[in-house]
Design a protein around this ligand. Structure first.
Ligand code: SF4
Ligand code: SF4
Length: 400
């Protein structure tokens, strides 16, 4: 693959347990470099942006700590991406700003997401999604980050073509770029991915797409095709929702290494930003670069995971039509995934609280009419996740 190179560099031994070994060759052979073993960071070009990124970056979750981010930097990671959860974003950005303070700004690539209110049923913007609000949120992010600019500003959570072309957002992004607040303009999509990615390409406006891409997607062939088109059109492609956290209750855990390798087998994917939240997960994610090829056991794990629903809500919206209370089920399932899949209870709670649910949820139904394309028992999952809505997170929240 043309844009891929293997860069020899030393991973500095950090506080990460077991990270002493470092990088030297694509097949993970260790080589001696003085007294240090050396490992490989694999880089790809981010489309035509001119940015060159390690294929594994860091998605900064609410549980990320300064020491974890510092360890990622020490390990050679230069690409960071923050959560777009409004309640967590400020805290995360302040932490990121502190960690990066004093570093050469050009030594890191930082992407941030701006999310404006949408109708959860249609994915179309509400009237409060204005240019002014987008600019206000971006300016606040820059202040929190103590940065003059972000490398990529993402138009977040696009699932409809109309939303990709939402004029107030495009105008705000365009002005931000002209004002030097953002180097590149991107779009993120978690559901209805093919439509959003094709819209990004057709717009001639976006330079990067960040798209959900994993073997469980029911429209995987179309996702793959859209991503190939984006890459061929010169857009940078960052894959997300690759690992999907732990498996659902009672199932075998997801093989994170195999999932990351699977997505990076597609040379149209230029980078990923797995949200590791501890040193052990970081070690696993970075080790992918030692050898991107899938061995037989990993291939079999990917196939097994692809055949089950796991934690991945397809975002197909089929449930919206059948729920008599018109609940925002995909958002509820996302909250479930944050809590039970990623163990990100604060993020899950913050999403739940933003949904403005009625006091009594599902209690008027004697039986649930929702048919989920994943085969999920939606009412059961809603019941499980709702325990978190008003829980005090000071106390231990029991996640079974
Ligand atoms: S029980 Fe099912 S149909 Fe009734 S409100 Fe809950 S999710 Fe909707
Ligand atoms: S039907 Fe199932 S997979 Fe589709 S959006 Fe609803 S919960 Fe998600």
């Amino acid at each position: 693959m043309k844009s891929e190179t293997v860069s020899r560099r030393t991973f500095i031994h950090s506080s990460v347990a077991g990270m002493a070994g470092i990088i030297c060759a694509p097949k993970a052979q260790t080589a001696r470099c003085g007294d240090k073993a050396e490992k490989v960071l694999v880089y790809r070009n981010l489309g035509k942006t001119g940015l060159r990124l390690p294929v594994i970056g860091m998605g900064i979750l609410s549980s990320a700590t300064p020491s974890l981010m510092q360890a990622a930097l020490d390990a050679g990671i230069s690409h960071f991406d923050s959560t777009a959860d409004p309640a967590q974003q400020m805290r995360n950005e302040k932490m990121i700003g502190e960690v990066l303070k004093g570093r050469r700004r050009e030594s890191v690539i930082y992407g941030t997401k701006i999310h404006l209110p949408q109708d959860y049923k249609t994915g179309i913007y509400k009237s409060s999604a204005t240019e002014k609000e987008f600019t206000r949120l971006l300016d606040a992010a820059l202040r929190n980050l103590q940065m003059d600019y972000v490398d990529i500003v993402y138009h977040h959570m696009v699932s409809r073509k109309e939303s990709a072309f939402h004029e107030p957002v495009m105008s705000a992004m365009s002005k931000a770029k002209k004002a030097g607040k953002a180097r590149f303009l991107g779009l993120t999509t978690h559901s209805n991915v093919p439509e959003a990615v094709h819209a990004a390409v057709d717009s001639g406006f976006y330079e990067v797409v960040m798209a959900a891409y994993n073997p469980r997607q029911k429209d995987l062939a179309q996702v793959k095709k859209a991503i190939a088109r984006a890459a061929a059109s010169g857009l940078g492609v960052v894959a997300i929702k690759v690992i999907r956290g732990d498996a659902d209750k009672g199932r075998q855990p997801v093989n994170a290494r195999a999932s990351l390798k699977w997505v990076l087998q597609d040379s149209n994917v230029h980078a990923t930003v797995p949200g590791f939240s501890n040193f052990e997960e970081m070690k696993v994610d970075l080790s992918v670069m030692e050898d991107l090829s899938l061995n037989e056991a990993e291939r079999s794990d990917v196939n097994r995971e692809a055949s089950g629903p796991g934690m991945f809500c397809q975002g197909c919206g089929q449930c919206l039509r059948s729920c008599s209370a018109e609940l925002p089920i995909p958002d509820l399932m996302r909250s479930y995934m944050y809590a039970f899949g990623y163990h990100q209870t604060t993020l899950a709670q913050s999403l739940l609280q933003s949904l403005e649910l009625p006091d009594h949820v599902c209690e008027d139904c004697s039986s649930c009419r929702v048919v989920c394309t994943n085969g999920w028992n939606v009412a059961e999952k809603i019941h499980d996740i709702l325990r978190l809505r008003d829980a005090s997170l000071e106390a231990e929240f029991p996640i079974a």
